[in-house]
Design a protein around this ligand. Structure first.
Ligand code: GUN
Length: 300
């Protein structure tokens, strides 16, 4: 079998289009412009690239974009004051504090200081609890993007065996919860899981989010299964020339694509969906804040 390629880049463009349409309606009918604030502490190059990209796409869909760039040695008190001012700003509907934070800052404390209604990352303990009890919440962007692609491909996910590889708070745990809420039978596998190949081989849906390059190979995959690869790993690529690198996922693409029914590529799979879902969450937060109907198909 050669797997259907799930085109995350095209899917993300479609989601951004839906977001832009909704933003235009909010402006026209209600005079409201959704606003997203991103807080970046320090100069981590990967975070800087990511934040720039977020800002550009926020503006492209017609939303207001605010960036707070703080020095790496910013005190917790000063960072909390920035979050507080954004919590109180009526023009800001979504707040994202880019992680990881420098080591002297308490991430949990900072994340939990964000107004849960503006927590477009869905990391606040209130949103984690709401998602865990099947209530309306803000949903973490990467798992939301995976869910959208899975629903689009399968229609209903009810009754499917899903294995999530990885147990992070950002991806693995919320992904498992979303799949459970969609009536999958869910297993979370991780670095200590015994006979992990056999566990994964039982899955109709595999979501790999471990951060280990090409760990999952075709032999692990049940024929016809759907493989969602969240990993983005840079590895040496001597075949491209000395010192060259390439991006790979947590799944070995070629061998998995031979067995799977559908697969997301890296790059161009899950990656582009994360920012698209951040924008979707910002519109959702804005609608909720104003007591307006939420955009359809853009929430869990
Ligand atoms: N760092 C890497 N991914 C993310 C994310 O989704 N949200 C935030 N806030 N920081 C991140």
């Amino acid at each position: 079998m050669t797997a259907t390629v799930i085109d995350g880049k095209a899917f993300a463009a479609k989601v951004r289009g839906q977001v832009a349409d909704h933003v235009a309606r909010l402006k026209e009918a209600h005079g409201i412009t959704p606003g997203l604030a991103v807080v970046l502490v320090g100069e981590d190059p990967a975070s800087q690239v990511y934040v720039r990209s977020k800002g550009k796409m926020t503006v492209e869909v017609g939303m207001k974009s605010v960036e707070h760039k703080l020095d790496a040695d910013t005190s917790e008190e000063d960072l909390l004051a920035v979050v507080k001012s954004l919590n109180e700003d009526p023009e800001i509907h979504g707040i994202l504090v880019q992680l990881p934070l420098p080591g002297h800052l308490n991430e949990d404390l900072v994340i939990n200081s964000i107004d849960p209604a503006k927590d477009v990352d869905g990391f606040h303990i209130s949103n984690v609890g709401l998602l865990g009890t099947g209530q309306k919440s803000m949903v973490p962007c990467t798992p939301l993007g995976c869910l959208m692609m899975l629903r689009d491909h399968h229609g209903s996910l009810s009754g499917l065996n899903a294995v999530v590889i990885g147990r992070s708070n950002i991806v693995g745990k919320p992904m498992a919860q979303l799949l459970l809420n969609d009536s999958c039978t869910v297993t979370i596998a991780h670095s200590r899981t015994k006979d992990i190949q056999d566990v994964v081989r039982g899955a109709d849906v595999v979501v790999a989010a471990v951060g280990r390059p090409e760990m999952v190979t075709g032999e692990w995959i049940k024929p016809g299964a759907t493989v969602i690869d969240v990993g983005i790993n840079r590895i040496d690529a001597p075949e491209k020339g000395e010192g060259k690198t390439r991006l790979v996922g947590d799944c070995h693409y070629d061998s998995c694509a031979e067995v799977a029914g559908a697969i997301t590529p890296v790059p161009g799979g899950v990656g582009p969906m994360t920012i698209a879902c951040l924008l979707a969450n910002t519109v959702t937060a804005c609608c909720r804040a104003n007591g307006l109907a939420e955009p359809e198909g853009l929430t869990a």
